[in-house]
Design a binder for this molecule. Structure first.
Ligand code: NAP
Ligand code: GDD
Length: 332
């Protein structure tokens, strides 16, 4: 018999105030969803990305965006939220997401980035195991395993953050296999945007280049310039998250561009887009070198292209220009 139940177009996003939370909320609101998103209490207002979402989608669609306090370290807050919002889809994007910081705070990173996923999965299982669940897994899980990396590549994390993500990743698979839940992981390679946090390398570079050009800053101090990453645009990547939850069957996917660049190449592109030579402004300092480095991430997104018809739309040079232009507008 055909199922005539209308789809539950209510989504819950943990980490609404973050880069991906904001782009995903925007995408879902534009596609008719009611969106509930979590924030944490902070001593200063850090909701600027949520304000941007409201501006981008307009007043009418913004009425379908609902903001809630919740914490991945607080099981009761997650259970309460599921009862209050009754979502059809849950996107677990909240995390302590900074790799270098995870070396300073390994225990709380494990608690939020790793055990947080366990709290949420268990709350979903008890509330309604029919909910479709997306886990924000990471290419950082591949660590030292050489590229190109795909869904079958061995996981060898090189940071407390990477270890916590590996736990959450395997637990998501475990809930799928144990309870037949529609629980999937997107193994996303680095994705950036003008909404990227200022202490990730791409935004640190675009912001500094813009501020140096505007006469607001003298130099940029970085760590390892040789690290290579597969950088894409966050707005492209949140579409892949949604596509994974619309699939007929749950499965995990690598989301990447299939193209890699070094940190130095990002510097060259960012400074030259403002007619500057990066070598005049950038110096390195060992304090930004991590206890263990991930040298080279380069994803193979063949499975996502084949099964989700997903392809990134913004190129590396387009991404750099987008970020530098936005930061230059902000600086001037
Ligand atoms: P982000 O900008 O750092 O956002 C992280 C979000 O998590 C923020 O909203 C943050 O809230 C929230 N959060 C942190 N601790 C929390 C807690 N204890 N309880 C509830 N919320 C908490 O990260 P992103 O770049 O959007 O990434 C989204 C997810 O994808 C993360 O899980 C990240 O690890 C993963 N990922 C990212 C990339 C990438 O390249 N961007 C690649 C692979 C995987 P505050 O604003 O209050 O801090
Ligand atoms: N943050 C930062 N700051 N990184 C620097 C700097 C610096 O001053 N100088 C060099 N790097 C190098 C880092 O050592 C790393 O090799 C590379 O630039 C990228 O660093 P980040 O931008 O901090 O990103 P990440 O790759 O460590 O982690 C991001 O991508 C992961 C997916 O691979 C984060 O978004 C993670 O949450 C995500 O899972």
């Amino acid at each position: 018999m055909t199922d005539t139940t209308p789809p539950n177009k209510t989504a819950l996003i943990t980490g609404l105030s973050g880069q991906d939370g904001s782009y995903l909320a925007e995408f879902l609101l534009e596609n008719g969803y009611d969106v509930h998103g979590t924030v944490r209490r902070s001593s200063v207002n850090n909701h600027w990305r949520i304000d941007e979402v409201r501006r981008t989608v307009g007043d009418k669609a913004a009425e379908r965006l609902h903001v809630h306090y919740a914490d991945l370290a607080d099981s009761a807050s997650l259970s309460r939220l599921l009862t209050e919002t009754n979502p059809g889809e849950v996107y677990n994007l909240a995390a302590q997401s900074h790799v270098a910081v995870s070396f300073e705070t390994p225990e709380s990173t494990a608690d939020v980035t790793g055990t947080g996923a366990a709290r949420l999965l268990e709350a979903i299982r008890l509330h309604n195991p029919e909910i479709r669940f997306y886990q924000a897994s990471s290419s950082e899980m591949f660590g030292s395993t050489p590229p190109p990396q795909n869904e079958s590549t061995e996981l060898h994390p090189r940071s407390p953050y990477g270890c916590a993500k590996v736990y959450a990743h395997h637990l998501t698979i475990n809930y799928r296999e144990s309870y037949d839940m529609f629980a999937v992981s997107g193994i996303l390679f680095n994705h950036e945007s003008p909404r990227r946090g200022e202490n990730f390398v791409t935004r640190k570079i675009s912001l500094a280049a813009a501020r140096i050009k505007a006469g607001l800053q003298d130099e940029l101090v970085l760590g390892n310039l040789d690290a290579r990453r597969d950088w894409g645009f966050a707005g492209d990547y949140v579409k892949a998250m949604w596509l994974m939850l619309q699939n007929d069957a749950p499965s995990d996917y690598v989301i990447a561009t299939g193209e890699d660049h070094s940190v130095e190449e990002f510097c060259v592109a960012a400074f030259s887009s403002l007619d500057m030579d990066w070598r005049d402004h950038v110096r390195t300092d060992p304090s930004f070198i991590r206890p263990a480095e991930v040298d080279h991430l380069l994803g193979d997104p063949t499975k996502a292209e084949r099964e989700l018809s997903w392809k990134p739309e913004i190129s590396f040079s387009g991404l750099v220009e987008l970020m530098v232009e936005a930061d230059y507008q902000r600086a001037t």
